[in-house]
Design a protein around this ligand. Structure first.
Ligand code: FMN
Length: 380
């Protein structure tokens, strides 16, 4: 337990009962300020102090994947920095990569508030943000400036979604429009077809719909930038097999598994305090601990179906070294966190990385890439 878990989290979550979205906005605002080290000299100093206490560098954690160099396998998941306002700070917080977005071609306000809820009894969150963001053009302008002024020392992914006002039949052009504006600025791209909070979006995971999107994107991309598809944990095995097949056809860099779940199974939370309703009555996706096992299962399935030929970014319910190790040995080359980071605090990244090094030693492995899929290889 560190100072965040003992004092800061109880103060913010329980005592002051801060609204989760307000707290998120304040955090993003502070991180955005901190990332402007060229303008604020004090920010440089804080930045260096953060690096000292939160980063862990070790060659055993490094990997080169799809042409990109990752200093460690633990990244920030999409949804936290939706507009890319803090792109250059994520490396100072210890992350090995960061995924910005989801960004849509047309700026949009998202769903009405409240739309983000903590479920502390379940170590979970429920959100129905609905892709609130300032649009691809604004992100493009911001990232171009930040890349020029500051640069970033870790791979930066950009997660693309469909604009709410764009009909599903025109989805492919909508993704393409965003990609055109951003393609020089991201190191990898993600086609997000798995958020439960844009009506009909998940139907784009259907093979015919998805293939139309990937076709247009790869035609524009000419296989230059790595492109991923991010999938929902609620898909049937057959649908996941179809997506694996498309990933091969369109030479995708990999699959991100998984987004939040629409399932409410096994939740302890009876009533959400902000609304007085049960999680079953509230729309949105569940993230955090209740998602952990299902997302690991999806990762293992993809790894086994492909014998590790398609890189997987594993995400869902990672709070500890054990959770991270489970995802990696199930087949994830890289992993991401969102909800766990909120609950555990900023020391979490370093703690997990330290723990992964111990795991490598326990298992007589020289590098993290040797652990990928280790447990999925054993017939069940
Ligand atoms: C508040 C919130 C907003 C999110 N927004 C996005 C998003 O815009 N795009 C996306 O692909 N995933 C989004 N996610 C899903 C996360 O990227 C991740 O896939 C999911 O939360 C599971 O990881 P976790 O259990 O570590 O949170 C969001 C999650 C949360 C909690």
């Amino acid at each position: 337990m560190d100072i965040y878990q003992v004092a800061i989290r109880p103060l913010l979550f329980d005592l002051v009962k801060t609204d989760p979205e307000w707290l998120h906005q304040q955090t993003i605002r502070s991180l955005s300020w901190l990332s402007q080290t060229d303008i604020h000299p004090a920010a440089s100093w804080v930045n260096r102090s953060l690096q000292k206490s939160l980063c862990l560098k070790d060659s055993r954690l490094e990997q080169t994947l799809f042409g990109l160099q990752f200093p460690n396998p633990l990244g920030l998941a999409a949804g936290f920095d939706k507009d890319g306002v803090a792109a250059s700070i994520w490396s100072s917080l210890g992350f090995g990569f960061a995924e910005l977005g989801t960004v849509t071609f047309i700026a949009q306000p998202g769903n009405p508030r409240p739309r983000l809820f903590r479920l502390p009894m379940d170590k979970a969150a429920l959100n129905r943000m609905g892709f609130n963001n300032n649009g691809a053009a604004a992100m493009s302008a911001r990232l171009a400036k930040s890349q020029q002024d500051l640069g970033w020392s870790i791979p930066i992914g950009i997660n693309l979604g469909k604009s709410k006002v764009t009909p599903l039949e025109a989805a492919a052009e909508d993704y393409l429009n965003s990609f055109r504006l951003l393609k020089e600025l991201g190191d990898y791209f993600v086609v997000n077809v798995s958020s439960p909070n844009t009506p009909g979006l998940r139907s784009l995971q259907d093979a015919a719909m998805l293939s139309a999107i990937l076709d247009l994107l790869q035609y524009e991309n000419q296989y230059q930038k790595p492109i991923f598809v991010k999938i929902a944990p609620d898909l049937e095995w057959e649908a996941i097999a179809d997506i694996i097949s498309l990933a091969k056809t369109y030479k995708l860099a990999g699959i991100i598994a998984t987004n939040t779940t629409i399932s409410r199974e096994g939740l302890q939370t009876q009533i959400i305090s902000q609304t007085g309703k049960s999680p079953q009555e509230e729309a949105g996706g569940i993230s955090g601990a209740p998602l952990r096992d299902r997302s690991t299962e999806v990762i293992r399935f993809i790894w086994q179906q492909t014998q590790g030929q398609i890189p997987i970014i594993g995400v869902g319910g990672i709070f500890s070294t054990e959770d991270a190790w489970e995802k990696i040995t199930a087949g994830a080359s890289l992993i991401q966190v969102y909800t766990g980071w909120i609950y555990q605090g900023p020391m979490m990244v370093r703690q997990i990385l330290k723990g992964l090094l111990s795991k490598l030693e326990e298992n007589n492995l020289n590098s993290i890439c040797e652990a990928v899929g280790l447990e999925a290889k054993i017939p069940k």
